[in-house]
Design a protein around this ligand. Structure first.
Ligand code: GMT
Length: 392
């Protein structure tokens, strides 16, 4: 067995997206014997740590009256330096380029020749919305390009990174698709609606449905208003209900749209929940009407749970939601999305076939073990390359 590595992983502790990928990766690598140091402003929402090989290092951002905004970027850089000096790191992987790539670069300068190899893992809006904003672009692009390795979860985001951050073709950007814990996100043994029905009325009529599901951080890019438009249209033909997990800036908008469309009794907003698979796996369909997604981890978790996904054909979603495991329609056609949902959920045979195909697709293409192999190999290559370059 090759030598275990000492790996630092920096991420936002958010539920969904990069925070989930980072903490699952940390757990998986630690289980393989590597020493993993997770650096974040709070414990990730998913269970952590899983083993003695994992350590959590909290980034604290002390306020001071003179500082209008607490300098998070500096606090992350300082924590990286502290962890590297105390524990020795072979490699540091930062998830979400803004501002983590800049923090890492700064730490690298402080650490000098002993600095670990640096991998920046781009995720989505750190390129397409925030990183390319003129307020951040010059430094973000510079820091990303200065990394020893750059990863993205899809070809789509690689193209976006080249275009929006101007990352030259001379620099490799490697596609490492996201993955899912298929044991955790597994279909229900008994496919019934009972756990979802009880959210609407204790002992409610579980035979009614269909039940639709959504998980997100309720940012504008998620177009949560479209969820209500789709639900209203589906309900013209079937007594559909929608369960929503997560929270964020557009949750109120979704609630008021639901009220305006007379849907209040047909929706349940559950807020942030680390554990939602017990509900998700009983749903008939997962709605993800995002403006764009570089990948769509939430969609993959649904597929793995045997839940077909309905989304717009945008970004990297077509890499995940292939024909037969869900339906993609043209952006932002709520009529078409509602029709796609109805086509599937109104036909028990079609729904079951799609649910089985969704699960099989997730297991065959997005399992954790091959993904961890890819990351391990990639990290070792980056470390070796950096050592060679340093010897020159
Ligand atoms: O970039 C974001 O919007 C946030 C990010 C996150 O950190 O939650 O989500 C992105 O990264 C995920 C993990 O790689 C992807 O599954 C999401 O599709 C992606 N979001 C977008 O591109 C909007």
């Amino acid at each position: 067995m090759s030598q275990p590595l000492s790996i630092g992983i920096v991420c936002f502790p958010t539920l969904g997206g990069s925070g989930v990928v980072a903490s699952e990766l940390a757990a998986g690598l630690a289980q393989r014997g590597h020493r993993v140091h997770l650096i974040a402003s709070a414990h990730p929402m998913r269970e952590f740590p899983h083993s003695d090989n994992e350590r959590f290092h909290e980034v604290q951002v002390p306020p001071y009256p003179l500082l209008e905004q607490a300098p998070y970027t500096l606090a992350v850089a300082t924590k990286i330096v502290d962890v590297a000096q105390a524990h020795g790191l072979d490699l540091l992987q930062v998830h979400y380029a803004v501002p983590h790539a800049a923090s890492a670069l700064l730490a690298r300068h402080v650490l000098g020749p002993k600095a670990p190899a640096l991998v920046t893992s781009l995720h989505g809006t750190d390129v397409t919305k925030v990183g390319c904003n003129p307020a951040y672009r010059a430094v973000t692009a510079f820091a990303v390009a200065a990394s020893d390795g750059i990863t993205v979860p899809s070809d789509y985001l690689r193209r976006e990174a080249r275009e929006r951050l101007g990352i030259s073709e001379a620099l490799a950007i490697d596609v490492l698709p996201n993955f899912v814990d298929t044991d955790h996100f597994a279909p229900a043994h008994t496919r019934d609606h009972a756990p979802l029905a009880s959210l609407f009325a204790p002992g409610g009529n579980a035979a009614e449905g269909p039940y639709l599901f959504h998980v997100s951080n309720f940012r504008e890019v998620k177009r949560v208003g479209d969820l209500m438009e789709v639900l209203a249209r589906v309900r013209r033909e079937m007594p559909a209900r929608l369960v929503l997990v997560g929270d964020g800036p557009t949750r109120e908008l979704a609630e008021s749209r639901a009220a305006a469309l007379g849907l209040t009794d047909a929706v349940r907003f559950l807020g942030k929940r680390a554990e939602f698979v017990e509900l998700l796996r009983h749903a008939d369909g997962f709605l993800l009407p995002s403006e764009t997604e570089s990948f769509g981890v939430a969609a993959l978790e649904a597929l793995s749970s045997g839940v077909p996904v309905f989304a717009y054909r945008v970004g990297g979603i077509p890499d995940v939601v292939v024909p037969g495991v869900g339906c993609l329609v043209e952006p932002f056609d709520v009529e078409a999305l509602a029709r796609a949902v109805l086509d599937v959920v109104s036909n028990a045979g079609r729904q079951t076939a799609m649910s089985r195909a969704a699960r099989a697709h997730a297991v065959a293409h997005f399992g954790e073990r091959p993904a961890l192999d890819r990351y391990e190999n990639y990290f070792r290559q980056v470390i070796a390359r950096r050592l060679t370059e340093m010897k020159r």
